[in-house]
Design a protein around this ligand. Structure first.
Ligand SMILES: [Zn+2]
Length: 417
């Protein structure tokens, strides 16, 4: 088996021209005047993109099935028909002013991998499946990663069907309307491994001069509110020493959170929202609500950051004579990826001679929910300027081909045993 695996890995080769022309053809569906893509989940554009993918998968010799969330699977049989499949893919939906690579690269690189296997007439031990997940972005139907979340037990199918867009249309109605309401028995039940290629959406690979990112996991996130209560008073007659200014106190919390990032390497803390009451030019602010976003790679580090946030709030309350109440309202724990998948990716990149960097994903991906149930991992390729969720999003052809080649190499390794 080891010998035939090596032979396989050297015979199936990504066709860069074909991958690039598939990417550019897909980018025409929902193309915006500025050269980006608007392909919201379950829209007419999403249906056209799906139809094209299904056509390509069938041409590549895959058996296509659709589950009750509209997830599309293209299966290429292995020598052992009873073996669990190695699954690879991503998503085709975009944000309203999205780019040509976010999600679609992972789907079309997976398609190109099975096309390359077919060209080489290459047999794998395990079946290989290409997957396209529905509604990864969560921008039309909240929350994000909804369909992979249902398949992996995070949400119920009824919760997904009931999700509504701004016009009041539901996920369930729209799934049926575009003709992609499939069967529950078609869902991914088991996977020997899941590998997702994605653009980095940040600047690290480019800044570090690495060609391929080996993604070790998805960072944990804690979201909360810090409510600061002082005393509203007249901006003129109230002496400075008598003030209990909620905005001055809140500002100290904002700056303390920035200092926290230096104090705890690996933690990022951000205040993105600030609501001031009464928000009037001649009134000392009586109350302020701040949002808090904490991110870290381990549950311990995230817990330490939360504890430090509480200490900061207590100190500010004491020093500024205000009340501060900090509470978390949502948490997503850190998700480390599977060592076997990471080493398959690392070995594939090494054999191809690409420079690599190990890093963590700061944003959510379908692989995060898949990792709850199955061995999963991700590959990143550089995003030019770190830009994503933007019409100018760009990943060079060479980078796309390198990512697809590493994906193919990793899938062949994982499908061999
Ligand atoms: Zn994405």
């Amino acid at each position: 088996m080891a010998l035939s695996t090596r032979r396989m890995a050297t015979t199936a080769v990504i066709n860069g021209e074909r991958l690039w022309s598939a990417l550019m053809a897909m980018a025409e569906i929902g193309r915006t005047p500025a050269g980006g893509v608007r392909r919201l989940a379950l829209s007419d554009e999403d249906r056209r993109a799906r139809d094209l993918l299904v056509e390509w998968l069938r041409e590549a010799g895959c058996a296509v099935r659709v589950d009750d969330l509209g997830n599309i699977y293209g299966r290429r049989d292995g020598d052992d028909a009873g073996a669990t499949a190695v699954v690879c893919g991503s998503h085709l939906d975009t944000v309203p002013t999205g780019g040509r690579f976010d999600g679609v690269l992972g789907v079309l690189a997976a398609l190109e991998a099975v096309r390359a296997m077919r060209d080489a007439d290459l047999r794998t031990h395990r079946p290989v499946e290409v997957v396209c997940w529905t509604n990864e972005e969560g921008v039309r139907f909240a929350p994000a990663m909804l369909a992979s979340g249902v398949v992996c037990g995070r949400f119920t199918v009824d919760e997904a069907y009931a999700a509504r867009d701004q016009d009041g249309r539901t996920f369930g109605e729209e799934l049926r309307r575009i003709g992609y309401l499939g069967k529950p028995e078609h869902r991914m039940r088991s996977a020997a491994a899941y590998v997702e290629l994605h653009v980095e959406q940040g600047p690290t690979l480019e800044e570090e001069g690495a060609q391929v990112g080996i993604v070790e996991g998805v960072e944990g996130i804690s979201w909360g509110w810090a409510d600061v209560t002082g005393r509203a008073a007249h901006a003129g007659p109230t002496p400075v020493g008598d003030r209990r200014d909620a905005l001055v106190a809140a500002s100290r919390i904002v700056l303390a959170l920035r200092a926290l990032c230096a104090e705890l390497p690996g933690v990022r803390a951000t205040v993105g929202r600030c609501e001031v009451v009464p928000n009037a030019i001649n009134v000392i602010p009586g109350a302020v609500r701040l949002s808090t976003d904490l991110r870290a790679r381990t549950a311990d580090l995230l817990a330490t950051a939360s504890r430090r946030l509480e200490e900061v709030c207590a100190a500010v309350a004491r020093d500024d004579r205000v009340e501060v109440r900090a509470r978390e309202f949502w948490q997503s724990p850190p998700t480390p990826f599977h060592p076997a998948v990471l080493s398959a990716v690392a070995d594939a990149a090494r054999d191809l001679g690409h420079t690599t960097l190990r890093l963590w994903a700061g944003a959510g991906h379908d692989a995060k929910y898949v990792a709850d149930r199955h061995p999963a991992g991700m590959i990143f390729v550089p995003s030019s300027g770190g830009l994503s969720h933007n019409e100018a999003e760009w990943t060079s052809k060479d980078d796309c081909v390198r990512g697809a080649s590493v994906l193919l190499g990793a899938v062949l390794r994982l499908a061999a045993a």
